[in-house]
Design a protein around this ligand. Sequence first.
Ligand code: SAM
Ligand code: SF4
Length: 463
Amino acid sequence: MQFINEEYINALLEDEKLNDEELQKDILRKASEAKGLTLKESAALLKACSPDVLDELFRMAKEVKEKIYGNRLVLFAPLYFTNLCVNNCLYCAFRKDNRQLKRRSLTVDEIEEEARVLVLQGHKRILMVCGEHPKKAAVEFIGEAIERIYNINYNGNNIRRVNVNVAPLSLEDFKRLKSFGIGTYQCFQETYHYETYKVMHPEGPKKDFSWRLYAMDRALQAGIDDVGIGSLFGLTDYRFETLALLTHAFDLDSKYGIGPHTISVPRLEPALNAPAAVNPPYAVDDLSFKKIVAVIRLAVPYTGIILSTRERPELRRDLFNVGVSQISAGSRTAPGSYNESKESLNEHELEQFQLGDHRCLDEVVRDCTALGYLPSFCTACYRSHRTGDRFMELAKSGNIGKICTPNALTTFKEYLNDFASADTKAVAEKFFDEEVKNINGVTGKKLSKMLAQIDAGERDVYL
Ligand code: SAM
Ligand code: SF4
């Protein structure tokens, strides 16, 4: 049927030869070249369990991540605009049969208010998220909302990239979505395991496995350059899921010459009245989760890996080390929750699932810098048309770092000047100066000029 070959994936997982530690170490040596791995090699690493091989796996993932992304971590926030949904996914609080959830759909004005709060926290990129609904999440409505969001401006501070995570669209609707100036289109297959998929999605348009599986093909055919895929870990065996997710990435790469721009690794979290979330059928422990991130990093070195606030701060810190390149911060998953005080809003009655990291953006920024990571609010590539294959070309030639690090620093400078608390400044400014010192030559000169422009009040200065 589809390009996901379950038989082949299962055969790899059952192949005893791939348990060999020497073979796994050889694969890790090859992985150090940052040229990616085959499915078979990825399977061998997913099967690794000796502490020696696991240590080497994590060390190598860190090395490859640093080689390609340096110490940058891109930050964003999700903006949930409706929790109405026509589907009945067994793991999600938004599912249509959940009578315990309070339903709320934001108007365009309310969406603008939510985005305004995020701009005033210092965010520059948001991810629009919603339930699937023919009216409250219609493509034209999304377009209106995006236009409003892009028009917010506070002394040059604005949302510069709106990514979208909505249910799969038709080719025509994807063309409409592209015309609104979105960044990445994201959609997670949830599970690539056909039988599990059928059980988890008993009703609604999402029942159709293939419609979802080929959403990225339609998006790319509609001209959307950057697409993001993902699996919801905990629904089936994580090793199967990771290999299927990689198969999807390889398939897109072979057909369109570009793989996914990002891969997300959501893990099942408790959700109100959602049976599969309360008792995940294949719960993934932290060590296995770390293995998933490390193997993805080595298998597709140039693909961004996104980690959300579903995870606890300690684990998030650990995962930055092995390959995560984008993180959400200060997130809420209840529509309207950025603009309302916690007292007036009982978030649990409205939210999609419970979060593991409740810290605000400022705390996350402070923590990242204290750990030696450079928070980036950069959105330059997309606006300089460095998307899709052009982005990949730059990334693979190793030149993206020369652009990304200065841009990360200019956007971080904006954050420090306009939004950082005194505590964060105290930790971050010294770190910032050190980072600037590391950029020499022509790029260093350009950077100094850009930083001076920012100090003089100019905003949105980038290479
Ligand atoms: N409703 C659309 C859809 O399902 O494609 C848009 C995105 S949905 C609101 C966002 C994602 O949240 C889903 O794709 C799923 O992976 C994730 N999700 C749902 N329930 C979850 C839970 N209990 N824990 C963690 N992630 C969950
Ligand atoms: Fe609806 Fe998406 Fe939740 Fe499924 S995961 S119930 S489609 S919001």
